[in-house]
Design a protein around this ligand. Structure first.
Ligand code: GLY
Length: 392
């Protein structure tokens, strides 16, 4: 989601004299946005008229894999369409964004399947409400926030991420940080005020339990249902329980930056800086696009994860606007810009398929979606381009 325009105006003022702002005259953001619009126009032509949405194009294929509204990635395609509407002002995108968002409406009246409701409903209807103020979207967002809150376990202090997959206790995955934005928004826009407290408690509990001493994140923490005690940290999508899964760390950086925006509590800003630090310090690739796991054993012959780079590049732009240290601010901006340029110059799908980007890795250990195009990489890439455009 977009962070507030007042923050951006302030950032623009603060950054006016930075070396970053002076140097930023070569990269053509408009051209990249036009590229995204052109690719999305191609995708629109091949989506079946059956309520499904494009999720991924597997390596070696040109065809999209389509999913229905229940899939955890269902909000990214409508989110991309809303961002294209924001970028262009062209009503064509608004019409399509509305159509595909509405496919997700049942999520607001169903029992909570898992924690992904924020990804699904806030990236679709949330972006839509931001741009249109459509009261129907607001009702859907508020209802869904209440649904997500039903997964909160007060004994643990976090939301249960995967009710269907228990792993011997109450599980919480790092990705879950992203879905707190839905709760914050609802609590400030007519929803139950307790949603704010739930989001803060989840973030505090995660900050305490979900990280190793070097600030790298576990993928999953298993808690005792009754006592709330942390039992163990494990992985499902990373290389090993003790490794730093690239997208997990990316969700953490983005999530804690967002929690600072919503709470203005400096402990969250300090934490976002620490977890960004370990990611940036351990990034060994020249183009700043990570391998799918920082500890993957076959590096440098391991697949990259462009989606992690897209998420981090967007998060760093926002984090740079909150960070007072001038050197750090410039580092975040310079590295974010380098990531966005790398993605634009060397990772775009172009004629290979109609996604925006290639080379993302979904679930390596399961042999699923390896080195391919995935809609969440496209969504955060487009978001990062828009954020960069606003800063400029
Ligand atoms: N939230 C699932 C993933 O990042 O793959």
């Amino acid at each position: 989601m977009n962070f507030r325009s007042s923050t951006l105006i302030l950032a623009l003022f603060v950054l006016g004299n930075s070396s970053y702002a002076q140097k930023d005259n070569s990269f053509n953001i408009k051209k990249q946005l036009e590229y995204c619009a052109s690719q999305a126009s191609q995708t629109l032509k091949v989506i079946p008229n059956d309520g499904t949405l494009p999720r991924a194009v597997l390596n070696g294929s040109k065809e999209w894999k389509f999913v229905n509204y229940k899939d955890w990635t269902s909000g990214f395609w409508p989110g991309e369409l809303w961002y294209l509407y924001e970028a262009t002002g062209d009503k064509k995108w608004e019409k399509e964004a509305d159509k595909f968002s509405l496919f997700l409406t049942p999520l607001s009246v169903s029992k909570a399947g898992d924690h992904d409701l924020g990804f699904q409903v806030f990236n679709s209807f949330g972006n839509g409400y931001h741009l249109t103020k459509n009261p129907e979207y607001k009702k859907i967002i508020l209802k869904t926030a209440d649904t997500l809150a039903t997964l909160f376990n007060p004994k643990v202090g976090t939301i249960l991420s995967w009710p269907h997959n228990k792993y011997g206790g109450h599980n919480t995955i790092i990705d879950n940080m992203m879905n707190l934005e839905l709760l914050f928004w609802a609590s400030k826009n007519g929803g139950n005020k307790k949603l704010y407290d739930i989001a803060v408690k989840h973030a505090e509990t995660t900050m305490k339990n979900h990280f190793r001493p070097d600030y790298s994140s576990y993928h999953v923490i298993i808690y005792d249902y009754e006592t709330g005690k942390k039992l163990k940290g494990i992985t499902v999508q990373g290389y090993s329980d003790d490794s730093m899964w690239a997208r997990g760390q990316a969700w953490a950086i983005y999530g804690f930056t967002m929690v600072y925006r919503e709470t203005k509590d400096p402990k969250f800003l300090d934490f976002a800086n620490k977890i960004a630090r370990v990611y940036l310090d351990r990034l060994i690739t020249e183009d700043l696009i990570p391998y799918w796991d920082f500890n993957a054993p076959g590096i440098p012959n391991e697949p990259r994860d462009a989606s992690a780079a897209a998420i981090v590049s967007s998060a760093l732009i926002e984090l740079s606007t909150y960070t007072k240290d001038k050197n750090l601010k410039n580092e975040y901006l310079a590295k974010s810009k380098k990531m966005i340029e790398s993605l634009s110059d060397h990772y775009q799908s172009r004629e290979v398929n109609s996604a925006f980007l290639l080379h993302s890795t979904g679930h390596k250990l399961a042999g699923s979606e390896i080195d391919c195009s995935i809609n969440y990489a496209d969504y955060y890439y487009l978001e990062a381009l828009l954020r960069l455009k606003k800063l400029n």
